[in-house]
Design a binder for this molecule. Structure first.
Ligand code: ADP
Length: 455
């Protein structure tokens, strides 16, 4: 029985009220936790159903070790992760080793020709080729917590040919980096068709080039034939007039005049041929070299990945380097140099097939180097390699370096070849920078003076 004095509640009653309130709150919390638990379970079940039944292959990744490494880098004072990644290819390789695949769905198993998940995980390292330069961009996407990261990569199924795939991840701020599902779309068939079309087009272009060249050579030979035989007969006549007992100087000089006419005619033919072939028009505009190199590398990525070559761009200069030039012609120069570098490394072991492009400022010039790890210019005269029609390749035209040199010289630049240390070839392109007008420098006559680079 509870007693209380009028005006003041007894202590036991207060205790009872407090206990009952605590119990009510605890029950409420318990009910809420249960409701949340079943919501989580429901969502997990739904995720599993989607994961297991999707016709798209899904690999679930744990990127948290990379996020931890990036935090460590920032704590060490590294502010520009993109630059750090470009300058430290070893870091990219190490980061790639830290990524764990935590789960895969049935479509992923059949894509990789394996029956069970145990087989998949025991063979995991064999599925990914050693070179994968798209991973550098993935590290940057993790750092930026990009909502969608998409890239092309290559996977090697068990007992099968490498497949070209498109990988897409959601890495936004809400994503749980311990469990990032990546959808993998097999595009090998489409790429194969594209490559075949490209090859056919290239073959066609080559046939057209060769036949155009043959037709042109035949017409030059035909056009030159007449003045050459005239020159020959006038020279012969002059020799005969001089060889007489009494040399006939009048006839000799007539023959020599005919010979000179023949030479003039031949020169005219050559000029006509030159004007027919014409020189490519140059559309001069400001070109930012870092952007140009990035688009060139993107253009060459497919060719590089087909031969297992990594393309690495290392900007050595903080500032944007701008030159006056023709974007298309300059891009063609770097396409030629990268193609040569890729081809030069075809007999090298896959993990040393790396083409490194550097961009730096040297005084008032921008210097782009294209370096490979192939045999270098050994046994070859690098100067000779820049000559027209010089080639050591079975299907080579011997025009790439010659055209590159002409293009760079028309941009008032220079191009050099040298051997790299410890191995490989380097081609260096030096272009005058487009600088803001500096009246003071003009007054002091501080212009010109490009640095000579060794060949
Ligand atoms: P092509 O590629 O059709 O042979 P190029 O003018 O581009 O014509 O190259 C001429 C030659 O220079 C090549 O056949 C090759 O012998 C040599 N060469 C070019 N680039 C390299 C390189 N990066 N490493 C070694 N040799 C090279």
């Amino acid at each position: 029985m509870i007693f209380w004095v009028r005006g003041a509640p007894p202590l036991a009653f207060v205790h009872l009220l407090i206990s009952m309130s605590v119990l009510a709150v605890a029950t409420l919390l318990l009910l809420r936790t249960q409701a949340m638990g079943s919501a989580v379970q429901f969502s997990e079940r739904r995720y599993r159903t989607v994961f297991d039944s999707l016709a798209v292959a899904i690999w679930e990744h744990d990127f948290s070790p990379i996020a931890a490494e990036l935090r460590r880098l920032r704590a060490r004072g590294v502010a520009d992760i993109r630059k750090y990644v470009a300058e430290h290819p070893d870091f990219v390789v190490a980061m790639r080793g830290l990524v764990r695949i935590t789960d895969v769905n049935a479509t992923a198993l059949s894509m990789m020709n394996v029956r069970a998940k145990e087989d998949f995980f025991s063979h995991l390292s064999g599925f990914l080729p050693e070179t994968d330069d798209s991973f550098a961009e993935c590290i940057i996407a993790i750092d930026e917590r990009r909502a969608l990261f998409q890239t092309e990569a290559i996977v090697v199924p068990m007992n099968g040919e490498p497949k070209q795939v498109i990988v897409a991840f959601g890495l936004g701020p809400d994503a749980c980096l311990e469990r990032v599902p990546g959808s993998i779309l097999d595009v090998s068939h489409r790429r194969l068709l594209e490559t075949q079309i490209l090859r056919t087009r290239e073959e066609l272009a080559e046939v057209q080039r060769t036949s155009a060249l043959a037709a042109m050579s035949a017409s030059i030979a035909h056009e030159l034939n007449q003045p050459m035989s005239a020159i020959h007969s006038f020279a012969d006549a002059a020799r005969r007039w001089l060889a007489r007992d009494v040399p006939n100087l009048l006839e000799t000089s007539r023959a020599l005049a005919g010979l000179t006419q023949g030479v003039e005619h031949a020169r005219g033919v050559m000029q006509r041929v030159r004007s027919l072939v014409g020189e490519a028009r140059i559309d001069f505009a400001e070109v930012e070299l870092d952007g140009l190199l990035a688009t060139t590398v993107a253009l060459m990525r497919r060719e590089a990945s087909e031969s297992g070559t990594r393309l690495v761009v290392v900007p050595l200069s903080e500032e944007t380097l701008t030159v006056m030039g023709d974007r298309i012609l300059l891009k063609q120069v770097f396409v030629n140099l990268i193609t040569n570098a890729i081809q030069a490394m075809l007999n090298e072991p896959p993990n040393s097939r790396i083409v490194t492009l550097t961009l730096e400022r040297r005084e008032d010039t921008a210097v782009v180097t294209v370096a490979d790890q192939g045999p270098g210019w050994d046994g070859l005269d690098a100067g000779q390699a820049f000559g027209t029609f010089f080639t050591t390749k079975k299907n080579g035209m011997g025009l790439g370096l010659a055209i590159s040199r002409t293009t760079i010289e028309r941009h008032e630049g220079m191009i050099f070849a040298r051997n790299a240390e410890p191995a490989g070839a380097v081609v260096e392109v030096v272009l005058p920078l487009s600088l803001p007008f500096d009246a003071a420098a003009l007054d002091c006559g501080l212009h010109g003076g490009q640095e000579e680079v060794s060949v």
